[in-house]
Design a protein around this ligand. Structure first.
Ligand SMILES: Nc1nc2c(ncn2[C@@H]2O[C@H](COP(=O)(O)OP(=O)(O)OP(=O)(O)O)[C@@H](O)[C@H]2O)c(=O)[nH]1
Ligand SMILES: [Mg+2]
Length: 261
């Protein structure tokens, strides 16, 4: 596999935000938009099963122009749309990127699911997994693809730790161990310095993406998917081989003929 490097990427960094129900995925996106909206042109896609509540929440927060926040109503388990068949989401991301070209970052919120739901690397370049202290200090030790291998693990709502008898330092240390040292950050929207740490990680990820220095990781098995395609043949359902990944210039690392991101 040869990762291509370019100083003129054709599309935005696509950043997934997954995690169990209510841990703070939408709030994490709101925090990031607030911290980064002056530096980056940001768009957001939310996934919900039956509603567009997350999109409406984010619009009501006023963190981005409302039209740059779009909802995908999956009508199925969240993991189906971010992992098993990412077609609906890819089309939504591609539409958003086209309509607001150029965007720097597209944040994709998964519907709230369980500890196993992660994004396919054909949909996002990097992913955050969000836990919160209210789910208990033990959760970080439980592992699974999101906790273990997401690009960043966020432990959210650390301001609530004293009320739920969680030792934040211990939870962060356990998480770090479960992740074999991959990045972990404790966040509370009430503690601006923690939001800044999160924003800094995104800045660094964006810089790595632009420089061709980031390779999307697959936290679990790869799934077939479909892309809109402007070639005469049209799009088609296909899978990627091991190690295939979208690159910053819009091409795909690995040999998938006629494949366009
Ligand atoms: N105390 C505290 N509450 C928070 C924080 N972040 C989020 N919350 C609250 O946690 C609840 C859930 O937050 P959301 O951002 O909606 O969580 P979510 O993961 O997007 O939820 P679903 O999309 O329904 O799975 C809301 O009531 C938030 O106000 C935080 O840092 N501290
Ligand atoms: Mg949400």
């Amino acid at each position: 596999m040869t990762a291509q490097t370019t100083s003129q990427p054709r599309r935005a960094l696509r950043l997934g935000v997954a995690g169990p129900v209510g841990t703070g995925k939408s709030s994490t996106i709101a925090n990031l938009c607030r911290a980064l909206a002056e530096e980056f042109r940001i768009g957001v896609i939310t996934n919900d099963i039956y509603t567009d509540e997350d999109a409406r929440f984010l619009r009501s927060e006023g963190v981005l122009p409302g039209e740059r926040i779009r909802a995908v109503e999956t009508g199925a388990c969240p993991h189906t749309a971010i992992r098993d068949d990412v077609t609906m989401n890819l089309l939504a991301v591609e539409d958003l990127e086209r309509d607001f070209d150029p965007l720097d970052i597209v944040l994709v919120e998964s519907g709230g699911d369980n500890l196993t739901a992660t994004f396919a690397p054909s949909l996002v370049d990097a992913q955050l997994f969000v836990l919160d202290v209210a789910g208990g200090g033990d959760v970080a030790r439980k592992g699974g693809p999101g906790i273990g291998r997401a690009d960043l693990l966020v432990i959210n709502k650390i301001d609530l730790a004293p009320y739920v008898d969680v030792d934040v330092e211990q939870m962060l240390a356990d998480a770090s161990q479960a992740r074999e040292g991959r990045a972990v950050v404790g966040v509370s929207r009430k503690q601006p310095e923690t939001v800044e740490t999160l924003a800094r990680w995104v800045r660094e990820m964006h810089a790595a993406f632009l420089g061709g220095g980031h390779t999307p990781q697959d936290p679990g098995p790869m799934a077939p998917h479909f892309h809109a395609d402007d070639s005469e043949e049209g799009g088609y359902v296909h899978t990627h081989g091991d190690g295939d990944a979208a690159t910053a210039d819009g091409s795909t690392a690995g040999a998938v003929a006629g494949h366009r991101h």
